[in-house]
Design a protein around this ligand. Structure first.
Ligand SMILES: [Fe+2]
Ligand SMILES: [Fe+2]
Length: 438
C-alpha cells in the first residue's frame, strides 16, 4: 500500500488503509506531549531508607538475586541509550525523530537511576557508569548477551540501510522484544514484590517512573510498526524474520545463574510466570500493530504450540533439554524429550508451502530415528522410520540440535558433510519455503 497523506503539523498520521485502528487516535505529537508532562529526576531520588532496608530486610541470597536482576537492567538501559541513534536517523517523519530523541534522553535517565542504585545501595562500582558496567558484566546471562549483541548489529545494519523494512525489524527488536517483552515484564515483577513487602521506597519510586516512560516508548513502537506496515508490504516479513531469530534467545534471558530458580522464586514468581507474562505482552503488542504473532508470514516464528502458559512451559523444557539456549553439554536423547523437540520442529514447518505431501526422515548416529510427515495442511512428528521418504537427512543428533538452536549453520554442516541429504531434491526445492530461512 502507498502513503496517501503524510503528517500535517504533527497531527495523527493517516495512511491509506482499509480499516481504522485504535492507534489512529494516538499521534506522535501526543506522545511527545506526554513526555514533557511526565518528566522526573533520577538524581533527586533519596535512597537513604533503601540502603538500610537492603542490609536489614533482604537475606544474603535475596541481595545476590536482586543484584543479578537489577544488573540486567543497568546494562540494558545503557545499551538502549546509545543504540537509539540510528533509529532517529532512519525514522521517516520529523515527529517520529523528535519522539525518539526524547526516548533517548529517557533511557539515559534510566541508566543514571540504575547506576545510582547499584552504587549507592548495592555497593557496586565507584559511581561512574563505566565502573558499574564493568563490574556487572559477568552477571549477564547468555540469552541477554545474544539479544543485546543483536541490538548492536541491527544498529550497524540500520546505519547502512535505513530502509522501512530494516527499521521495522529494528523496532521489533527494540520496542517489542527488549521493551515490551523483557523490560516491562521485569519491571512489573520487581515492583510487585517490593510493593508487597513495602521495601526500597526510593528504588520503587524510580521503577514506577521508568515503567511510565517505558509504556510511552512501547506505545510509540507499536504505532510506528503499524505505520511502517502501511508503507511497505515487506514489513511483516522483516518482523517475522527478526522474531524467528531472537525469540529463542529472549526466552533464555532470565535463565538464572546455574539454573538456580531461587533467583526468581525467592521473590514469589517462577521462570514460567515471567516467560508467560512476556509472551502475552509481545502477542498483544503485535496484534495492536496489525501483525498478530501467529499470522506473520512464513514458517512459525514461535513454533511451540498452545496458549502463552503452555508455550512458556514447553520453552523451559526445551531450554533444560539443551535444545535451545546456551550449549552446556550433550542434548537429551530421552524419548519424551525428543518428542518435544520434533513436535517443535514440525510446528516450525510451513506445511502450506509444501509442493505436495511428503516425509522428512532423520537418521542419527547417536540417537533414535524420527520422521515428520507433511500432509495437506498438517504436519506430524513420529519416532522411527517411514517407508520411502522423499528426503532423508543424516547427521549426529548433537549437530542437528545445534542447527535447530541456531548454534550451527546448515550450509556449513552440509559443506563439511556433517549433514547429508538424500532423496527427491526436486521436492525439497519446490517445497523450500516450508523451512525456516537458513
Ligand atoms: Fe529504559
Ligand atoms: Fe525505553
Amino acid at each position: 500500500m502507498r502513503l496517501s497523506t503524510g503528517t500535517s503539523g504533527g497531527e495523527p498520521v493517516r495512511w491509506q488503509r482499509a480499516t481504522q485502528s485504535p492507534l489512529d487516535s494516538i499521534s506522535y505529537t501526543d506522545l511527545y506531549r506526554r513526555w514533557e508532562q511526565g518528566s522526573w529526576r533520577a538524581t533527586a531520588i533519596d535512597f537513604a531508607r533503601d540502603r538500610e532496608q537492603w542490609q536489614a530486610d533482604f537475606s544474603d541470597f535475596e541481595r545476590k538475586a536482586a543484584a543479578w536482576n537489577y544488573a540486567l537492567f543497568l546494562w540494558g538501559e545503557d545499551a538502549v541509550t546509545h543504540g537509539l541513534s540510528p533509529y532517529i536517523e532512519a525514522a521517516p517523519l520529523e515527529e517520529q525523530k523528535y519522539f525518539l530523541a526524547t526516548q533517548q534522553a529517557d533511557e539515559a535517565r534510566h541508566a543514571v537511576f540504575f547506576n545510582r542504585f547499584m552504587h549507592e545501595v548495592a555497593g557496586i562500582g565507584d559511581g561512574s557508569v563505566g565502573a558499574g558496567l564493568t563490574e556487572i558484566r559477568p552477571q549477564l546471562s547468555w540469552g541477554f548477551e545474544q539479544v543485546f549483541g543483536r541490538l548492536e548489529t541491527i544498529c550497524d545494519e540500520l546505519r547502512r540501510d535505513p530502509s522501512i523494512p530494516r527499521l521495522a525489524a529494528a523496532v521489533t527488536l527494540y520496542h517489542l522484544v527488549i521493551e515490551a517483552t523483557l523490560a516491562q515484564t521485569g519491571q512489573h515483577f520487581i515492583t510487585s514484590y517490593l510493593t508487597e513487602r513495602d521495601l526500597l521506597p526510593g528504588f520503587r519510586e524510580g521503577m514506577e517512573n521508568v515503567e511510565g516512560d517505558e509504556q510511552r516508548h512501547i506505545g510509540f513502537g507499536v504505532k510506528l510498526l503499524s505505520d511502517l506496515r502501511q508503507m511497505d508490504p515487506e514489513v511483516p516479513h522483516a518482523v517475522a524474520e527478526m522474531l524467528r531469530e531472537v525469540l529463542p534467545w529472549t526466552i533464555a534471558v532470565l535463565v538464572p545463574p546455574g539454573w538456580d530458580e531461587r533467583y526468581i522464586t525467592a521473590f514469589g514468581s517462577s521462570f514460567e510466570d515471567l516467560v508467560e507474562t512476556g509472551l502475552t505482552s509481545l502477542m498483544s503488542k503485535l496484534r495492536s500493530s496489525g501483525m498478530p504473532l501467529d499470522e506473520l508470514p512464513g514458517p512459525s516464528v514461535l513454533p511451540v504450540p498452545g496458549r502463552a502458559r503452555e508455550r512458556a512451559e514447553r520453552s523451559k523444557r526445551l531450554l533444560l533439554c539443551g535444545y535451545i539456549g546456551e550449549k552446556t553439554g550433550r542434548p537429551s536423547v530421552a524419548p519424551e524429550d525428543m518428542r518435544l523437540l520434533f513436535e517443535t520442529v514440525a510446528t516450525g514447518l510451513d506445511s502450506a508451502a509444501a509442493a505436495e505431501p511428503g516425509v522428512i526422515q532423520w537418521e542419527f548416529s547417536d540417537a533414535d530415528p524420527w520422521h515428520i510427515a507433511v500432509g495437506e495442511g498438517s504436519v506430524t512428528a513420529q519416532p522411527g522410520r517411514a517407508e520411502d521418504p522423499p528426503l532423508t537427512l543424516r547427521a549426529r543428533f548433537e549437530d542437528f540440535v545445534d542447527l535447530v538452536a541456531g548454534r550451527k549453520d546448515a550450509r556449513r554442516l552440509l559443506a563439511s558433510g556433517r549433514l547429508r541429504a538424500r532423496g527427491n531434491l526436486r521436492w525439497v526445492w519446490r517445497s523450500r519455503r516450508m523451512f525456516p530461512p537458513l
